[in-house]
Design a protein around this ligand. Structure first.
Ligand code: ADP
Ligand SMILES: CSC[C@H]1O[C@H](OP(=O)(O)O)[C@H](O)[C@@H]1O
Length: 396
């Protein structure tokens, strides 16, 4: 494919990805380059291009005009590539240490060219191998507090915030979450995917009108509340980590939504990993859930005290009200994410990878009970440590 200045969309191949990297001057002409498509996510192509002399690489991520996991029968906007590169740049203006550098983006080609993070490991994979990533919760707590505060009406003036929110209107990707996280798993929908042995548990969930009412309230928050710029899909497969570093990738679901959503998805994916582990190996995951909330609360509170642009900021009780709401919402959103990753369309390797069938089914039943409890009891939970108690209570 010849790549002109006014690029016309065409899916890249390993060879045209190299041509693009050379045309952009990211490597000198004549550099011996190799390229591999390494995308393992549900939606996009990811090309890893490496200079054989220096071993230095770059990543070219390209959106396809459909969802890769399903195929051309599920068309999907290419605009998600612009959302992703703009979200990475916006996050970089607040927390450059926690996102890959964006070298280039092209709306017509739907590509984002970014820093190669291959020296790190996708956190989900490492957690499944038993790694603990001691700084993960410190870093994600800071990432969330800073990006959410500085893009909200507390950190930005009213005009800038509305303009930023406008540039992140993301209806098609939001619809995926509205359907796959908040709706389909709670009804007999054909996108659901679960082992037949779980049918009784799943049907009980579909027939639970109290659970459906609470899930409807959470879905409504996701549909209507525009607090701050969210990552929108902050699971452990969207995080690269090592013992020292943490980088958040893949914010193509970014939009203005409720502050508790990203926290909830992150909590849920930590808990999904805990569900896959033997009891004596779960402690690091509970510590991460608790520390993420502590770091988020402390960092957000410090920003509130010192950088708040809202006239009402110093009114006693206002900060506490915002934090309490984010906390309660996060617990409910975590419950929805746990349920959808167990019986919905997009599963997680943490649970599906449990080889022994009875053990896997038991972990999934536990996941359904935990998810349901988090949704139903969210308003009576006041301390983050209570999550580990609910985890234990829902074990049998
Ligand atoms: N900046 C990067 N550096 C190295 N590998 C990357 C980078 N971005 C993505 N990848 C690889 O590509 C995979 C899919 O990327 P992701 O952004 O999650 O795609 P999708 O949007 O399809 O889920 C990741 O799991 C990771 O292995
Ligand atoms: C058909 S999209 C399903 C699922 O995939 C997304 O995750 P990722 O792109 O990181 O694999 C997102 O969680 C969607 O809900």
């Amino acid at each position: 494919m010849a790549i002109s200045k006014q690029s016309v969309y065409e899916p890249l191949t390993e060879s045209t990805a190299i041509s693009l990297a050379l045309r952009l001057g990211l490597f000198p002409e004549g550099t011996p380059l190799t390229c591999r498509e390494i995308g393992d996510g549900n939606l996009n192509l990811v090309f890893h291009i490496v200079d054989q002399n220096t071993n230095k690489g770059i990543i070219i991520k390209q959106a396809l005009p459909y969802a890769k996991v399903v195929g051309e029968s599920w068309p999907l906007t290419l605009k998600r590539a612009v959302i992703e590169s703009n979200a990475l740049r916006t996050f970089a203006s607040y927390v450059p240490e926690y996102v890959p550098k964006v070298y280039y983006s092209d709306e017509s080609l739907a590509v984002t060219v970014m820093e190669d993070l291959s020296h790190l490991q996708i956190a989900r994979k490492g957690l499944i191998e038993g790694k603990t990533y001691p700084l993960l919760s410190q870093h994600i707590g800071e990432f969330l507090a800073k990006t959410l505060f500085y893009t909200s009406d507390f950190g930005l003036n009213q005009q800038q915030k509305k303009q930023l929110a406008q540039s992140f209107v993301n209806p098609e990707l939001c619809k995926i979450t509205e359907d796959l996280v908040f709706t389909d798993p709670f009804f007999d929908h054909d996108t659901n995917n679960f082992e037949e042995e779980l049918r009784d548990d799943v049907e009980a969930l579909w027939n639970d009108s109290a659970l459906k009412l609470e899930t409807a309230k959470l879905k409504r928050k996701f549909l209507t509340e525009g607090d701050a710029l969210l990552h929108g899909d902050l699971h452990t497969g969207s995080i690269f980590a090592s013992d020292e570093e943490t980088k958040v990738i893949d914010p193509e679901f970014a939009f203005y939504g409720p502050i508790g959503f990203d926290l909830g998805q992150f909590f849920a994916n930590l808990l999904l990993n805990a569900l896959s582990r033997n009891e004596e190996e779960r402690e690091p995951l509970f510590v991460h859930v608790e520390k993420t909330w502590k770091v988020f609360r402390e960092t957000f509170s410090e920003l509130w005290e010192n950088h708040n642009v809202e006239t009402y900021a110093k009114v006693p009780g206002f900060l506490q009200e915002v934090l309490d709401k984010a906390f309660t919402d996060a617990i409910g959103f975590a419950g929805c994410e746990i349920i959808r990753r167990t019986i919905g369309l997009a599963h997680v390797a943490d649970l599906d990878g449990i080889e022994e069938k009875e053990k896997r089914l038991n972990a999934k039943r536990h996941a359904l009970r935990l998810g349901k409890t988090l949704i139903l009891k969210r308003e009576s939970i006041s301390e983050i440590q209570e999550i580990r108690e609910l985890f234990a209570q829902t074990a049998e």
